[in-house]
Design a protein around this ligand. Structure first.
Ligand SMILES: [Ca+2]
Length: 313
Protein backbone atom coordinates (compact mmCIF):
# COMPACT_ATOMS: atom_id res chain seq x y z
CA UNK A 1 0.00 0.00 0.00
CA UNK A 2 1.37 3.40 -0.89
CA UNK A 3 1.40 6.26 1.58
CA UNK A 4 -1.78 8.26 1.85
CA UNK A 5 -1.41 11.83 0.57
CA UNK A 6 -2.70 14.40 3.08
CA UNK A 7 -2.92 18.09 3.77
CA UNK A 8 -2.84 18.95 7.47
CA UNK A 9 -4.93 22.05 8.24
CA UNK A 10 -4.01 23.19 11.72
CA UNK A 11 -3.91 25.81 14.48
CA UNK A 12 -0.97 24.62 16.65
CA UNK A 13 -1.62 24.09 19.62
CA UNK A 14 0.39 21.48 21.56
CA UNK A 15 -1.91 18.64 20.52
CA UNK A 16 -1.73 19.76 16.88
CA UNK A 17 2.05 19.61 17.26
CA UNK A 18 1.91 15.98 18.37
CA UNK A 19 -0.47 15.15 15.50
CA UNK A 20 1.95 16.70 13.00
CA UNK A 21 4.96 14.93 14.55
CA UNK A 22 3.14 11.60 14.30
CA UNK A 23 2.40 12.20 10.61
CA UNK A 24 5.96 13.28 9.82
CA UNK A 25 7.30 10.21 11.64
CA UNK A 26 5.17 7.84 9.53
CA UNK A 27 6.23 8.16 5.88
CA UNK A 28 5.20 4.57 5.06
CA UNK A 29 1.57 5.40 5.73
CA UNK A 30 1.40 9.20 5.32
CA UNK A 31 2.78 11.61 2.75
CA UNK A 32 2.33 15.20 3.94
CA UNK A 33 1.75 17.30 0.81
CA UNK A 34 1.65 20.49 2.84
CA UNK A 35 0.57 22.05 6.10
CA UNK A 36 -1.97 24.87 6.06
CA UNK A 37 -2.33 27.12 9.09
CA UNK A 38 -5.56 28.70 10.27
CA UNK A 39 -6.48 31.05 13.11
CA UNK A 40 -7.84 29.15 16.10
CA UNK A 41 -6.10 28.30 19.34
CA UNK A 42 -4.01 31.42 18.78
CA UNK A 43 -4.03 34.03 15.96
CA UNK A 44 -2.72 33.16 12.47
CA UNK A 45 0.78 34.71 12.78
CA UNK A 46 1.40 32.33 15.69
CA UNK A 47 -0.20 29.20 14.18
CA UNK A 48 1.73 29.65 10.93
CA UNK A 49 4.92 30.12 12.95
CA UNK A 50 4.20 27.19 15.27
CA UNK A 51 3.59 24.84 12.35
CA UNK A 52 7.11 25.58 11.11
CA UNK A 53 8.59 25.24 14.61
CA UNK A 54 7.09 21.74 14.75
CA UNK A 55 8.44 20.76 11.32
CA UNK A 56 11.91 21.88 12.37
CA UNK A 57 11.60 20.03 15.68
CA UNK A 58 10.92 16.93 13.56
CA UNK A 59 13.96 17.72 11.40
CA UNK A 60 11.71 18.10 8.34
CA UNK A 61 12.71 21.51 7.02
CA UNK A 62 11.41 20.81 3.52
CA UNK A 63 7.71 20.56 4.44
CA UNK A 64 5.72 23.34 2.83
CA UNK A 65 3.73 25.49 5.27
CA UNK A 66 1.06 27.92 4.08
CA UNK A 67 -0.83 30.63 5.97
CA UNK A 68 -4.58 30.69 5.47
CA UNK A 69 -7.54 32.54 6.92
CA UNK A 70 -6.95 34.85 9.86
CA UNK A 71 -10.56 34.89 11.01
CA UNK A 72 -13.76 32.85 10.80
CA UNK A 73 -16.14 33.33 7.87
CA UNK A 74 -18.76 35.35 9.70
CA UNK A 75 -17.79 35.80 13.31
CA UNK A 76 -15.06 37.34 15.42
CA UNK A 77 -12.13 35.06 16.21
CA UNK A 78 -12.25 33.26 19.56
CA UNK A 79 -8.89 31.91 20.75
CA UNK A 80 -7.79 29.55 23.54
CA UNK A 81 -4.67 30.98 25.17
CA UNK A 82 -6.20 29.89 28.48
CA UNK A 83 -5.47 26.30 27.40
CA UNK A 84 -2.41 26.55 25.16
CA UNK A 85 -0.56 29.57 26.61
CA UNK A 86 0.37 32.87 24.97
CA UNK A 87 2.35 31.30 22.13
CA UNK A 88 0.05 28.32 21.56
CA UNK A 89 3.02 26.03 22.09
CA UNK A 90 3.87 26.92 25.68
CA UNK A 91 5.86 24.32 27.60
CA UNK A 92 9.15 23.56 25.86
CA UNK A 93 11.56 26.28 24.77
CA UNK A 94 11.87 25.88 21.00
CA UNK A 95 13.83 28.08 18.57
CA UNK A 96 12.13 30.41 16.10
CA UNK A 97 11.79 28.72 12.71
CA UNK A 98 14.32 29.28 9.94
CA UNK A 99 12.23 27.73 7.17
CA UNK A 100 10.12 30.22 5.24
CA UNK A 101 6.36 30.43 5.04
CA UNK A 102 5.17 29.72 1.48
CA UNK A 103 3.89 32.75 -0.41
CA UNK A 104 0.73 31.09 -1.73
CA UNK A 105 -2.44 31.42 0.35
CA UNK A 106 -3.40 28.16 2.09
CA UNK A 107 -6.85 28.15 0.45
CA UNK A 108 -5.31 28.32 -3.03
CA UNK A 109 -2.82 25.61 -2.12
CA UNK A 110 -5.69 23.33 -1.06
CA UNK A 111 -7.57 24.03 -4.31
CA UNK A 112 -4.54 23.59 -6.57
CA UNK A 113 -3.44 20.41 -4.82
CA UNK A 114 -6.84 18.75 -5.13
CA UNK A 115 -7.05 19.72 -8.80
CA UNK A 116 -3.51 18.53 -9.52
CA UNK A 117 -4.05 15.02 -8.11
CA UNK A 118 -6.30 12.22 -9.33
CA UNK A 119 -9.76 12.44 -7.74
CA UNK A 120 -9.99 10.43 -4.53
CA UNK A 121 -6.28 10.50 -3.73
CA UNK A 122 -5.90 13.46 -1.35
CA UNK A 123 -7.16 13.42 2.24
CA UNK A 124 -7.76 16.60 4.24
CA UNK A 125 -6.92 16.53 7.94
CA UNK A 126 -8.37 19.57 9.71
CA UNK A 127 -7.17 19.96 13.29
CA UNK A 128 -8.62 23.43 13.91
CA UNK A 129 -11.57 25.59 12.88
CA UNK A 130 -12.75 24.64 9.39
CA UNK A 131 -12.35 28.11 7.83
CA UNK A 132 -9.66 27.23 5.26
CA UNK A 133 -11.47 24.10 4.07
CA UNK A 134 -14.83 25.88 3.77
CA UNK A 135 -13.26 28.81 1.92
CA UNK A 136 -11.66 26.40 -0.55
CA UNK A 137 -15.01 24.61 -1.09
CA UNK A 138 -16.80 27.94 -1.60
CA UNK A 139 -14.18 29.25 -3.99
CA UNK A 140 -13.80 26.01 -5.99
CA UNK A 141 -16.83 23.74 -5.52
CA UNK A 142 -15.37 21.28 -8.07
CA UNK A 143 -12.77 20.14 -5.53
CA UNK A 144 -15.34 18.74 -3.09
CA UNK A 145 -15.81 15.62 -5.22
CA UNK A 146 -12.05 15.16 -5.53
CA UNK A 147 -11.43 14.77 -1.79
CA UNK A 148 -10.63 11.20 -0.76
CA UNK A 149 -11.75 11.79 2.81
CA UNK A 150 -11.86 14.51 5.44
CA UNK A 151 -10.59 13.21 8.78
CA UNK A 152 -11.14 15.98 11.29
CA UNK A 153 -10.98 16.69 14.99
CA UNK A 154 -14.07 18.52 16.17
CA UNK A 155 -17.47 18.29 17.77
CA UNK A 156 -18.93 16.14 20.51
CA UNK A 157 -22.08 14.26 21.35
CA UNK A 158 -21.81 12.60 24.77
CA UNK A 159 -19.21 15.10 25.99
CA UNK A 160 -21.29 17.99 24.59
CA UNK A 161 -18.98 21.01 24.78
CA UNK A 162 -15.67 22.37 26.03
CA UNK A 163 -15.71 26.05 25.01
CA UNK A 164 -19.43 26.54 25.72
CA UNK A 165 -21.82 24.12 27.45
CA UNK A 166 -23.01 23.08 23.98
CA UNK A 167 -20.05 23.35 21.61
CA UNK A 168 -16.57 21.99 21.03
CA UNK A 169 -13.91 24.64 20.30
CA UNK A 170 -13.03 23.95 16.64
CA UNK A 171 -16.64 23.89 15.53
CA UNK A 172 -17.65 26.80 17.76
CA UNK A 173 -14.97 29.13 16.40
CA UNK A 174 -16.34 28.87 12.85
CA UNK A 175 -19.74 27.16 12.79
CA UNK A 176 -20.56 28.51 9.32
CA UNK A 177 -17.43 26.89 7.96
CA UNK A 178 -18.25 23.63 9.73
CA UNK A 179 -21.75 23.74 8.26
CA UNK A 180 -20.30 24.06 4.74
CA UNK A 181 -17.91 21.16 5.32
CA UNK A 182 -20.54 18.85 6.83
CA UNK A 183 -22.93 19.62 3.95
CA UNK A 184 -20.25 18.81 1.38
CA UNK A 185 -20.28 15.44 -0.41
CA UNK A 186 -16.72 14.63 0.72
CA UNK A 187 -16.57 11.50 2.92
CA UNK A 188 -16.00 12.48 6.54
CA UNK A 189 -14.50 10.88 9.64
CA UNK A 190 -14.98 12.88 12.84
CA UNK A 191 -12.89 12.66 16.01
CA UNK A 192 -15.15 14.32 18.60
CA UNK A 193 -14.44 14.96 22.28
CA UNK A 194 -16.23 11.65 22.93
CA UNK A 195 -13.15 9.81 21.70
CA UNK A 196 -10.39 12.35 22.41
CA UNK A 197 -11.39 12.46 26.08
CA UNK A 198 -10.46 8.75 26.17
CA UNK A 199 -6.95 9.49 24.84
CA UNK A 200 -5.61 10.81 28.14
CA UNK A 201 -1.93 11.48 28.72
CA UNK A 202 -1.56 9.77 32.08
CA UNK A 203 1.70 10.18 33.98
CA UNK A 204 3.12 6.80 32.81
CA UNK A 205 2.28 7.69 29.20
CA UNK A 206 3.96 11.09 29.47
CA UNK A 207 6.94 9.50 31.23
CA UNK A 208 7.27 7.18 28.23
CA UNK A 209 7.55 10.20 25.90
CA UNK A 210 10.16 11.77 28.17
CA UNK A 211 12.06 8.50 28.48
CA UNK A 212 12.70 8.53 24.73
CA UNK A 213 15.40 11.00 25.75
CA UNK A 214 15.26 12.69 22.35
CA UNK A 215 14.61 16.35 21.59
CA UNK A 216 11.16 15.37 20.28
CA UNK A 217 10.27 13.07 23.17
CA UNK A 218 11.23 15.66 25.78
CA UNK A 219 9.46 18.51 23.93
CA UNK A 220 6.24 16.46 23.68
CA UNK A 221 6.42 15.62 27.38
CA UNK A 222 6.88 19.32 28.21
CA UNK A 223 3.98 20.33 25.96
CA UNK A 224 1.58 17.90 27.59
CA UNK A 225 2.85 18.89 31.04
CA UNK A 226 1.81 22.44 30.16
CA UNK A 227 -1.72 21.95 28.97
CA UNK A 228 -2.39 19.19 31.46
CA UNK A 229 -2.45 21.83 34.18
CA UNK A 230 -5.48 23.41 32.58
CA UNK A 231 -7.31 20.14 31.94
CA UNK A 232 -6.72 18.84 35.44
CA UNK A 233 -8.18 21.99 36.95
CA UNK A 234 -11.13 21.80 34.61
CA UNK A 235 -11.93 18.10 34.44
CA UNK A 236 -10.02 16.66 37.39
CA UNK A 237 -9.07 13.82 35.05
CA UNK A 238 -6.03 11.55 35.04
CA UNK A 239 -4.33 13.58 32.35
CA UNK A 240 -4.90 15.86 29.39
CA UNK A 241 -6.75 14.58 26.34
CA UNK A 242 -4.59 14.42 23.21
CA UNK A 243 -7.26 15.55 20.76
CA UNK A 244 -5.63 16.11 17.37
CA UNK A 245 -3.27 13.10 17.21
CA UNK A 246 -6.40 10.93 17.01
CA UNK A 247 -6.69 12.17 13.40
CA UNK A 248 -3.23 11.14 12.27
CA UNK A 249 -3.32 7.93 14.32
CA UNK A 250 -6.53 6.99 12.52
CA UNK A 251 -4.72 7.24 9.17
CA UNK A 252 -2.06 4.84 10.40
CA UNK A 253 -4.10 2.41 12.52
CA UNK A 254 -7.84 2.84 11.81
CA UNK A 255 -8.53 -0.43 13.67
CA UNK A 256 -7.73 1.35 16.96
CA UNK A 257 -10.95 3.37 16.55
CA UNK A 258 -14.64 2.58 16.35
CA UNK A 259 -17.73 4.66 15.76
CA UNK A 260 -21.03 4.95 13.94
CA UNK A 261 -21.92 6.24 10.50
CA UNK A 262 -24.54 8.87 11.36
CA UNK A 263 -26.02 12.24 10.47
CA UNK A 264 -24.18 15.26 11.90
CA UNK A 265 -25.53 18.80 11.54
CA UNK A 266 -24.06 22.06 12.84
CA UNK A 267 -26.07 24.64 14.79
CA UNK A 268 -25.45 28.05 13.21
CA UNK A 269 -28.41 30.13 14.43
CA UNK A 270 -28.86 29.92 18.18
CA UNK A 271 -26.37 31.98 20.19
CA UNK A 272 -27.10 29.68 23.14
CA UNK A 273 -26.04 26.50 21.32
CA UNK A 274 -23.95 28.04 18.50
CA UNK A 275 -21.54 25.52 16.99
CA UNK A 276 -23.19 22.48 18.55
CA UNK A 277 -22.66 19.26 16.59
CA UNK A 278 -26.13 17.76 16.48
CA UNK A 279 -24.99 14.15 16.10
CA UNK A 280 -27.75 11.60 15.53
CA UNK A 281 -25.96 8.85 17.47
CA UNK A 282 -29.23 7.01 18.17
CA UNK A 283 -30.56 7.31 14.63
CA UNK A 284 -33.77 9.09 15.60
CA UNK A 285 -33.87 11.91 13.04
CA UNK A 286 -34.32 10.01 9.78
CA UNK A 287 -31.73 12.37 8.28
CA UNK A 288 -29.18 10.86 5.94
CA UNK A 289 -25.88 9.75 7.47
CA UNK A 290 -22.99 11.97 6.40
CA UNK A 291 -20.08 11.15 8.71
CA UNK A 292 -18.31 8.34 10.53
CA UNK A 293 -18.52 9.70 14.09
CA UNK A 294 -15.88 8.02 16.24
CA UNK A 295 -16.79 7.09 19.81
CA UNK A 296 -14.05 4.85 21.12
CA UNK A 297 -10.31 4.25 20.94
CA UNK A 298 -7.91 1.58 22.16
CA UNK A 299 -6.02 4.13 24.24
CA UNK A 300 -3.09 1.84 25.09
CA UNK A 301 -2.65 0.97 21.42
CA UNK A 302 -2.86 4.65 20.53
CA UNK A 303 -0.14 5.66 23.00
CA UNK A 304 2.06 2.70 22.04
CA UNK A 305 1.85 3.84 18.42
CA UNK A 306 2.63 7.45 19.35
CA UNK A 307 5.64 6.55 21.47
CA UNK A 308 6.99 4.11 18.87
CA UNK A 309 6.68 6.67 16.06
CA UNK A 310 7.96 9.70 18.01
CA UNK A 311 11.06 7.65 18.80
CA UNK A 312 11.95 7.73 15.10
CA UNK A 313 12.31 11.52 14.94
CA1 LIG B 1 -6.04 22.05 16.90
Amino acid sequence: MSARKIIIDTDPGQDDAVAILLALASPEEIEVLGITAVAGNVPLPLTSKNARIVCELAGKHDVKVYAGCDRPLGRDLVTAEHVHGKTGLDGPVLPDPQMPLQEQHAVDFIIDTLRAHEPGTVTLCPLGPLTNIAMAFEKAPDIMDRVQEIVLMGGAYFEVGNITPAAEFNIYVDPQAAHIVFKSPAPKVVMPLDVTHKALVTKPRNDAFRALGTKVGIAVAEMTDFFERFDKEKYGSNGAPLHDPCVTAYLIRPELFSGRYINVEIETHSELTMGMTVADWWGVSGREANALFIGDVDADGFFDLLTERLARL
